[in-house]
Write a protein that binds this ligand. Structure first.
Ligand code: HEC
Ligand code: HEC
Length: 347
């Protein structure tokens, strides 16, 4: 009887001790996870140094008080969201026309330039000046913005000293204010896909377009104009009001990466993502449709070794046909540059 009692007490003591150490253990683990940044008790995300939280910071320009400097930032935001309203072919203020189509920066740099893997512009200011293969020189942020003006917007360069250019730079600086010094942000650029080892299948691409994309971008790729009459609600994917053939989006690999991570662009998106193969085929389909052509493309990439493999216009520093550079398969071209020049091509 007394032996049984001692045994019971013994068990009780063990349970107490285990419970005690268990608590300490759990507390220790939680502290460690918190210390390593996996969990946060911090409701004010702005205080956290976690990298990915960069995308959850407050990038609302409306929060800024009215000072001349902040007004410039706010103007830059407007130019970014409603580009054609201010600079497009039929702009409101009868400003000089700089963009040749009615796209806005925001149509590709989604959520005002703050969406990861949609070429976000958080940290962009810190990444410039930057070496650019297309010009084979170190370029400024103004030159990079003008790259999108001349190609994505099928227009012409904004003078670097104009109020509009200063406003763009001011807005991009505002977006970059929490970014690390080198501007190297996880989520910059586009996602990567496994590039299928075959040419694009235009028939399959058309099928995907007609089943998935046409609901928003229209049955003829023409998009849907928004209520203000200047800015698209759903931007066009081809035709005269789309990006020109010198644009980054006209490379099949770049477009496939953009589409894979971002389209369809709505609340249902989680359930509707395309496979890599589908993104590749539909990118191929939209990019072989008619669109504006940019003059003087032959002077791009003075060092041809820097040219991305899916650049759809010649000349090239390899023996592959124009057709293959436009439609794939891209693996043989990628392998050629790897073997012959030890260059790793990704787009
Ligand atoms: C049709 C789509 C499209 C539109 C519209 C567009 N861009 Fe871009 N932009 C791109 C693509 C694609 C890239 C990446 C190009 C590459 O990989 O070579 C890019 C890159 C950039 C970059 C460099 C990004 C980086 O991470 O290095 C800046 C800055 C930029 N765009 C600014 C703008 C501004 C400002 C506007 C409006 C005036 C604009 N873009 C309009 C597609 C677009
Ligand atoms: C639910 C509507 C919706 C669907 C479906 C959709 N998109 Fe979009 N897409 C948008 C919106 C909206 C934008 C512009 C985003 C903005 O301005 O905020 C856009 C932008 C784009 C752009 C960049 C801008 C341009 O005009 O070049 C491309 C490319 C694109 N979509 C391709 C596709 C493809 C391919 C599909 C089908 C796989 C697709 N989208 C399906 C709504 C949609």
């Amino acid at each position: 009887m007394s032996a049984e009692l001692t045994h019971k007490n013994y068990n009780k003591i063990i349970r107490m001790v285990c419970g005690y150490f268990g608590c300490i253990l759990i507390l220790g683990m939680v502290t460690l996870l918190w210390y390593l940044g996996f969990i946060s008790f911090d409701t004010n995300k702005e205080l956290s140094s976690n990298f990915d939280n960069l995308f959850y910071m407050n990038y609302e320009v409306a929060q800024l008080e009215d000072t001349p400097e902040n007004d410039l930032t706010k103007y830059g935001y407007q130019l970014f969201k409603d580009t054609p309203k201010f600079l497009g072919p039929d702009n409101e203020g009868a400003n000089e026309v700089f963009s040749g189509n009615r796209l806005s920066c925001n149509n590709c740099h989604l959520n005002s330039g703050t969406k990861p893997y949609a070429a976000p512009l958080i940290g962009i200011i810190n990444r410039f000046p930057q070496y650019r293969g297309r010009e084979n020189k170190t370029g400024t942020i103004e030159e990079r913005i003008n790259g999108c003006f001349e190609r994505s917007l099928n227009g012409k360069m904004l003078p670097p000293t104009s109020r509009e250019m200063k406003a763009y730079v001011s807005y991009l600086s505002f977006l970059s204010r929490y970014a690390p010094e080198d501007g190297n942000v996880t989520g910059k650029g586009f996602t990567t896909i496994k590039i299928p080892e075959r040419a694009i299948n235009v028939v399959k691409g058309e099928h995907i377009y007609n089943n998935v994309c046409f609901r928003c971008h229209g049955n003829n790729g023409q998009g849907v104009m928004g209520a203000n009459g200047y800015t698209y609600e759903y931007p066009p994917l081809w035709g005269n009001d789309s990006y020109n053939n010198g644009a980054g989006m006209n490379r099949v690999i770049t477009a496939a990466q953009f589409i894979k991570a971002n389209m369809p662009f709505d609340d249902l998106y989680e359930s509707q993502k395309l496979t890599d193969e589908e993104a590749y085929d539909v990118a191929g389909y939209i990019n072989q449709m008619q669109r504006p052509t940019k003059p003087n493309l032959e002077v791009d990439f003075p060092d041809l070794l820097k040219k991305p493999v899916s650049t759809p216009y010649p000349p090239y520093a390899d023996p592959f046909s124009l057709n293959q550079h436009q439609k794939g398969p891209f693996q043989p071209i990628i392998e050629f540059y790897k073997k012959k020049h030890n260059i790793k091509k990704t787009k």
